[in-house]
Every structure is written in C-alpha cells, then in structure tokens.
Design a protein around this ligand. Structure first.
Ligand code: ADP
Ligand code: MG
Length: 365
C-alpha cells in the first residue's frame, strides 16, 4: 500500500495557447494538510485534476507514494475528489450514499452497510443515516460527501473549494471539522481555496500561486509572517508594503528612504546584496505597529517612525484598524489591540506617530 506523499516535478498544463499551469515543482509529505491558495484562474483546479488523473500534464511528472502516475487511470491512483457541490445522490439515503463506492468493489451488502455505519459514526452522522440528502443542512451534506470519499480509503483526498458554498458561520465550523477529519483519517489532504484565512487556518503547507506558478510554499506562519515578495505580502494581507531606495548599507542592516519616510531601518538578509540607490520593496506587519501621540517619547527599540494624519478608524472587534496617510495615494495601516486603542483613542484628523523596530521591517525579493 503506497503512501500519500505527492511530488510534482516540472508539471505544466497548456490548453491551446492558454497556460493553466506553468512548471510547478512541489513535494507534499504523506499525511500533510496542503492548501493551494491563489486568485481565480491561477491553475488550482487544474493541478487537482492532474493529481486525480482527470487531466494529463503537458509536461512533467506527478508521483504519488513515489510512483509515477503517468498513464495510471483515476481509479488506480487511490485518490478521492470532493467537489464543492458535494454531488450526492438525491434518491439514496445517507447510508447508501456513503456505501455507494463499495458496491463497485463487489462487497456484500452487509459488509457495505457495516463499513458505512462505522464511517458515519466517525463523521458524527449516525442519527441521520436514513435521511435523504435533501433533508440535511449544507454542513451535514458536506460531512456525507467527506464520508463517501473516505470510505474508499484513499491515500489522498482532493478538495476543490469545499467550503465556498457555505455561509460564514458554517464555513468556520466546517473548517475546524475538516482539519479534525484529516487528523483522524491520517491521510494527505490537498485543498484548493482562494480564501487566505482558510488556507492559513488549515494547512501544514500553504502553496501560494499566481498565474500557474508557485510564488511561495511553506508553513502558514512563514507565508503570512515572512512573505518573500510583494505579491505574496499583498495577497496574504496584513502587511504594509513600501517601495523605497537604499540610502546606506551598514553590514546587517540597511537604511531605505520611501516617499513618505526618510530613513527606514531594515535588516539585510544573509546572502542578499544591495547597493546604494537600489530600488527595494519592504513589508511591515500591520499588527506590529505601535501608535503614539506626536512628541511622545518613543518606546525602547522603536528605530522607525512615521508621523502621519489619521484617515480612518475602523472597529474590528478584537482590534482597531487605523489608516494613516502616507504620502500621495498611499496608506499605512496599523492594527491596534482593542484595549490599547481605547486607552487613548485616535480620531480621524489627529496626527499620530507610527513606530516599529528594525526587526519588524522585512526586505522583500
Ligand atoms: P482556478 O481553479 O485557480 O480558478 P483553473 O485551474 O480552473 O483555475 O484554470 C486555470 C486556467 O486554465 C484558466 O485560465 C482557465 O480558463 C484555463 N482552463 C482550465 N480548464 C480549461 C479547459 N478545459 N480548456 C481551456 N482552458 C482551461
Ligand atoms: Mg478552481
């Protein structure tokens, strides 16, 4: 029995002149929860369909469990696909929907029934076994679809935007449940989404895509907290991205000037070479900004400071989003913890001093 580790080696897919996937290299470990994250049209579904065997790559190889899948039909891959629409049989009971795939394998009806009941218990649907899909909520239907896929004991479960049909509250609930199911089943999940927070909440491995290519792949905290380039920083969100010019190189850090700010201290990553006058992009997390009144003594270690007018204040529940005016047409945003903000709240039009330490600036590729 092969394992569920997946390797994509130089995988590309072209449809006529359209390049859907443009040379993807990736290793997904066995038992990982992997999310492909990217805007609509970036090639996510095409990658899933190639792993499932519904499409053949134009170039490259896909290995599952170390085995080249070229020419291997979908049923031989031991992958299962769960669709956004769930595709349940409306005239079959929940139990019969779940047992359906086993019929093809020629198991006796008693064996199928026992296996389906065991699986229904796992997804906590035992009480609903005799209902029809039309008598279930969206979340329950999704659990049936998951159970129907899992009963085939796939080594890889492929999920294409599985939560997008659900309303917000249910989506968050099912998200937690998907993760729990993945851990219970112990198999590899490959989940495709265009929702940043979904990928970050679920995945061991987040793969950020743009136009058929991988821009960054890593742990959730890596891609969110340490984006490599402007695209990833802006797509994942939560960052201020500034463009500037290198003014000084001082060993392990550099000084950058941006239109709205004279000297921004930024750590220089090892092996990265920059020279005076180079254009660079840098990012600062919005939730790492400290706001103070102008003239207040800066807190210790706050090497960077931007004095700016408050353009907008938005209450977000557990934090407050404060938008500052940072030069022409550009904004600088601070996420301030609720308690901290209301201890001395800023109003629109106030001047504020946004400060952060050198380490909180990140040079982007
Ligand atoms: P995503 O799932 O990220 O939204 P897709 O993988 O569905 O993106 O599509 C990637 C690109 O490939 C899009 O430009 C899409 O129009 C194109 N594409 C996908 N499937 C086909 C097809 N069967 N024929 C032609 N073009 C396709
Ligand atoms: Mg898609």
């Amino acid at each position: 029995m092969g394992k569920g580790n997946i390797e994509l080696a130089g995988v590309a897919k072209r449809y006529g002149d359209t390049v859907a996937v443009a040379g993807v290299n990736l290793k997904i470990p066995d038992g990982a929860y992997c999310c492909f994250l990217g805007p609509s049209g970036c090639g996510k579904t095409t990658i899933l369909r190639m792993i499932a065997g519904h499409e053949d790559p134009s170039d490259g190889e896909i290995l599952i469990g170390g085995e080249d899948t070229a020419g291997l039909p979908p049923v031989k891959r031991r992958t299962a696909m769960m669709f956004q629409s769930y595709a349940l049989f409306p005239h079959l009971s929940v139990r019969d929907n779940v047992a359906f795939g086993l019929r093809v394998r020629g198991q006796s009806s008693q064996d199928r029934r026992n296996a389906a009941d065991a699986m229904l218990e796992k997804v906590r649907l035992s009480e609903l076994a005799d209902r029809l899909p039309g008598q279930l909520s969206g979340g329950q239907q999704q659990r049936v679809a998951l159970a129907r896929a899992a009963i085939m004991e796939p080594r890889v479960l492929l999920l294409d935007e599985p939560l997008s049909a659900l309303d917000e509250q249910l989506r968050l609930q099912m998200r937690t449940e998907l993760r729990r199911m993945q851990q219970d089943l112990g198999i590899t999940f490959v989940h495709v989404t265009h929702t940043q927070m979904e990928a970050i909440a679920l995945a061991d491995l987040v793969v950020v895509m743009e136009k058929g290519r991988i821009r960054q792949a890593g742990g959730a905290r890596d891609v969110y907290g340490a984006p490599q380039d402007r695209y990833v920083a802006e797509f994942l969100g939560g960052q201020n991205v500034l463009s500037g010019k290198v003014e000084q190189v001082n060993g392990a850090s550099i000084l950058v000037s941006a239109p709205s700010m004279k000297g921004i201290h930024v750590p220089l990553p090892e092996k990265r070479h920059v020279a005076n006058g180079d254009r660079v992009d840098l990012a600062v997390r919005r939730d790492h900004i400290h706001l103070a009144r102008p003239g207040a003594a800066p807190a210790a270690g706050m090497t960077n400071a931007l004095g700016a007018r408050v353009l907008a204040v938005e209450y977000q529940g557990n934090f407050v989003k404060v938008v500052l005016e940072a030069g022409q047409d550009s904004e600088f945003v601070a996420y301030v913890a609720e308690r901290e903000f209301y201890a001395d709240p800023f109003d629109v039009g106030d001047m504020a001093l946004a400060t952060w330490s050198t380490e909180e600036s990140r040079l982007l590729a």
